[in-house]
Design a protein around this ligand. Structure first.
Ligand code: SF4
Length: 164
């Protein structure tokens, strides 16, 4: 299955715990002032790739603990990313995902593809980057409004459970 990405980083230690493959998807509708990745906003930019190619890149390095979906906005391409995340889980890895939407906004979409991707995410870092809440000391986050949500426990509890 095809998707459009800006690029990948094969050995990231800043986008979640352990060594990770970070995938920067292409296209973002949020346009947060102060965004660090403005080149990922244009839906016509970047390059095409496939789930198979990205999963092969993940499998190439046995030291990887998981993948991080970043952007760009991952929830603009939920179907291929859900497929990739499923493969990573089956391979024993974990999945972190950044989004400019809040968790509540994603649930309100009532979109089966969005729900499928949520179902394959371990930790969701949600909400737009807010320049006025920027905090360089935060772990894995850019601004204080963003939450690190434990998705499986949140779904089980029916209320937001933060990842520790
Ligand atoms: S959601 Fe992320 S990629 Fe999109 S504009 Fe905001 S900070 Fe940039």
């Amino acid at each position: 299955m095809k998707l459009r990405i800006a690029g990948t980083v094969g050995d990231s230690i800043v986008d979640g715990p352990g060594l990770r493959l970070t995938i920067f998807v292409q296209g973002c509708p949020h346009h947060c002032p102060g965004c660090h990745n403005p080149h990922t906003h244009d839906f016509e930019g970047g390059r095409d790739t496939t789930v198979e190619e990205l999963f092969a890149a993940y499998c190439e390095n046995p030291l990887l603990r998981g993948v991080t979906l970043s952007g760009g906005e991952p929830f603009c391409q939920p179907a291929p990313l859900a497929q990739l995340a499923h493969l990573v889980h089956a391979h024993g890895g974990d999945v972190f995902c950044y989004t400019g939407y809040t968790y509540e906004q994603l649930c309100e979409k009532q979109d089966p593809a969005v729900d499928a991707l949520l179902g394959e995410i371990d930790v969701l870092i949600d909400g737009p980057f807010l320049l006025e809440e920027r905090d360089l000391t935060l772990r894995f986050r850019g601004s204080a409004n963003q939450r690190m949500i434990d998705i499986p426990r949140t779904r089980e509890a029916g209320e937001i459970v933060l990842w520790e």
